[in-house]
Design a protein around this ligand. Structure first.
Ligand code: IDP
Ligand code: MG
Length: 195
């Protein structure tokens, strides 16, 4: 009897003393996982990436192609692909597939297929994040002055330009718009743009 009691006591102590340890271990692994995810996300956002930028039909019709290209060039980004194209409904529906459940989707596709667009890929440090900043907020009324949307448009349904919102969507969009691949070249401005 004494032996059995001792055995139970031992087991109880074992499970009691191990419970907090396993909690600490899972908490630590969670912290390490979050830290790693944060570092990867930061690395993605700040290292060299290409971003898909598109001048929408209103931007083309209003003669803003040169102005928008100028801003990306002046920022220091490198153009690695560009074309004027009108790829049609199916292509636009693929491009905006994540918005297909929205009430404005049909109108968005009509708008995006109402004329040619200029699709471009710009490469540089933090290109995705910086590109989005240069475009401004989705709603022109919320876009800061000095951004493309803040300076050149008024309504969300005529907001001039598109820019990938993450490295992953940039990669998807580049594959959709430029299946032929990008043009790799060395810019002589590189040492004057990067330390
Ligand atoms: P983004 O272009 O800033 O990434 P998204 O939310 O991805 O914004 O929407 C894609 C596009 O759909 C917008 O640029 C805009 O042309 C259009 N859009 C977004 N929200 C609305 C809306 O509420 N009404 C009409 N069109 C919209
Ligand atoms: Mg978007």
């Amino acid at each position: 009897m004494e032996q059995t009691c001792k055995r139970y006591m031992y087991r109880w102590r074992l499970s009691y003393s191990h419970a907090p340890l396993s909690d600490i271990c899972s908490f630590l692994s969670l912290v390490i996982f979050l830290l790693a995810a944060h570092l990867i996300a930061f690395h993605h956002a700040s290292s060299f990436f290409a971003v898909d930028i598109m001048i929408k039909p209103d931007g083309v019709q209003r003669g803003l192609v040169g102005e928008i290209i100028k801003r990306f060039e002046q920022k220091g980004f490198k153009l690695v692909a560009m074309k004027l194209t009108a790829p049609g409904k199916e292509h636009m529906e693929k491009h905006y597939a994540d918005l297909s459940s929205k009430g404005f989707f049909a109108g968005l596709i009509t708008y995006m297929t109402s004329g040619p667009v200029v699709a471009m890929v710009w490469e540089g440090k933090g290109a995705v994040l910086e590109g989005r900043k240069m475009l401004g907020a989705t709603m022109p009324s919320e876009s800061a002055m000095g951004t493309i949307r803040g300076d050149f448009c008024i309504e969300v349904g005529r907001n001039i330009c598109h820019g990938s919102d993450s490295v992953e969507s940039a990669q998807k969009e580049i594959a959709l718009w430029f299946p032929e691949g990008l043009t790799s070249w060395a810019s002589c401005a590189n040492p004057w743009v990067y330390e």
